[in-house]
Design a protein around this ligand. Structure first.
Ligand SMILES: Cc1cc2nc3c(=O)[nH]c(=O)nc-3n(C[C@H](O)[C@H](O)[C@H](O)COP(=O)(O)OP(=O)(O)OC[C@H]3O[C@@H](n4cnc5c(N)ncnc54)[C@H](O)[C@@H]3O)c2cc1C
Length: 171
């Protein structure tokens, strides 16, 4: 399958009209997509696939964007492969952590959404009083793991907000 206008018929809104970044105007060969998919430990979702709509859903229910592809990353290697794939094919990219950005920046119309929300590892170093957390972790999950050791860090007040966007200072 080639990602062209027909296969992207579910894409209702196309924000980017830049010909370099617009997947609708710059189809990607199926062979490249298949090679990318086979290189992922996570899943590659297309419009209509089970889980696609759940993945593109964010906290702000008014956001209704339709990525051309969604890479559900399972680890850092998947993230590297996704960024490489997008760069090599000149695709628009969005990155989803906890999905709480009110403007819905985590989701793109067309292009590739790199969905990190399934990456949930948290490791607490009690001696160093630090924690390392994956980009899909939300505030309540980090609190739970740190509080088990009597530790806490400054976060927001809504437990389902993502640590990624909050840490990066995204509104
Ligand atoms: C109900 C609610 C309560 C909130 N409460 C607070 C609060 O108490 N304190 C506070 O400071 N803020 C709060 N916020 C704001 C929140 O911190 C930001 O919206 C933050 O960006 C959410 O992060 P996220 O990972 O959930 O969002 P996402 O929408 O997934 O990501 C936000 C932005 O960061 C980018 N991004 C995400 N992960 C990565 C990554 N790994 N690499 C590069 N870019 C990435 C996304 O592309 C997007 O542009 C709240 C927001 C909501 C909706």
């Amino acid at each position: 399958m080639t990602l062209n206008k027909k296969s992207l018929s579910q894409t209702k809104q196309v924000v980017s009209r830049d010909p370099v970044l617009d997947l609708e105007r710059k189809p990607v060969d199926e062979s490249r997509i298949t090679a990318f998919e086979s290189n992922l430990r996570g899943r590659l979702l297309r419009p209509g696939d089970e889980g696609y709509d759940l993945s593109r859903k964010v906290w702000n229910a008014m956001i209704d964007k339709h990525p051309g592809l969604v890479a559900k990353c399972a680890g850092a290697a998947d993230v590297v492969a996704s960024v490489d794939f997008a760069r090599e094919n000149g695709l628009l990219v969005s990155v989803k952590g906890g999905g709480h950005n009110v403007a819905g920046k985590a989701v793109c119309d067309g292009g590739l959404m790199i969905d990190l929300s399934g990456m949930k590892s948290i490791r607490v170093d009690v001696a160093a009083r630090t924690a390392r957390a994956d980009p899909g972790v939300i505030l309540g999950e980090l609190d739970r793991e740190t509080q088990a050791f009597g530790l806490a860090t400054t976060l927001g007040i809504v437990s389902k907000t993502g640590i990624a966007g909050l840490t990066l200072g995204e509104a």
